[in-house]
Ligand binder design. Structure first.
Ligand code: B16
Ligand code: MG
Length: 217
């Protein structure tokens, strides 16, 4: 098989933290006096914290200065952190651990490529840090997805060429980042929301190395 490394997004791929992001952003929107739906929240997936805030303010048609923006982002993050502090390994999405172990047992390297600055703390809470050969998160990159920086840094840390890497992503920005970096990409979710992924799967419950081999040999 030509795939030598698999790079995983975190939110929406390994765990479903999107609902915690949603609850925290919704509180900010409520306090500012406008409604923010789960449908609106789709636009925030894979996007950095400050860009998420810009999208939220655009939805609420609100203009504020940079200092207030920084305060709102900090408030949102405190709320989000209070949710993730309570996370447990039970929240790892179905099939993830089994699939990571199957990859590892067959010599395929594994990295995390997340936009989140809270990624390390989430990995720690769900007790999965040791499954990754490299972790690149929002504290290590300066350019947000769809820039490929997060995945290219992962490939460099693993010592694998981009064209031998496969990314698993649930957000369009993340799929674009993988493809912009010259990597293979499988979307997690529904194909109509995930353009340019080579394949789309609903999750890892039925994902196997044999399936990967049939797609990438
Ligand atoms: P934080 P991923 C992304 O994580 C989320 O999908 C996105 O909704 C969030 O705004 C971003 O992380 C930043 O998160 O505020 O914790 O730094 O999908 O790239 O793992
Ligand atoms: Mg994601």
């Amino acid at each position: 098989m030509k795939i030598k490394a698999c790079l995983f997004d975190l939110d929406g791929v390994v765990v479903d933290t999107a609902r915690y992001h949603y609850l925290a952003w919704k509180k900010i929107a409520d306090d500012l006096g406008f409604s923010f739906s789960e449908h609106d929240n789709e636009r925030l997936k894979g996007v950095s914290r400050m860009e998420s805030l810009d999208i939220l303010l655009e939805i609420g048609k609100i203009k504020i200065d940079i200092k207030t923006k920084e305060e709102l982002a900090a408030t949102k993050n405190s709320l989000y952190v209070s949710y993730i502090q309570k996370m447990t390994p039970d929240e790892i999405l179905p099939g993830v651990i089994r699939f990571l172990d199957e990859l590892h047992n067959n010599g395929i390297l594994i990295a995390l490529g997340s936009a989140s600055k809270n990624a390390m703390s989430i990995l720690d809470k769900i007790n999965i840090t040791q499954k990754f050969d490299a972790v690149i998160d929002g504290t290590k990159v300066s350019k947000a997805k769809p820039d490929p920086e997060v995945f290219l840094k992962g490939a460099i840390e693993l010592g694998i060429y981009p064209h031998d890497c496969l990314v698993f992503e649930d957000a369009q920005a993340g799929i674009d980042a993988a493809r912009n970096g010259g990597m293979h990409c499988i979307g997690i979710g529904q194909s109509e929301n995930l353009k340019n992924a080579e394949f789309v799967i609903p999750g890892f419950a039925k994902m196997t190395l044999d399936q990967l081999k049939s797609w990438y040999s």
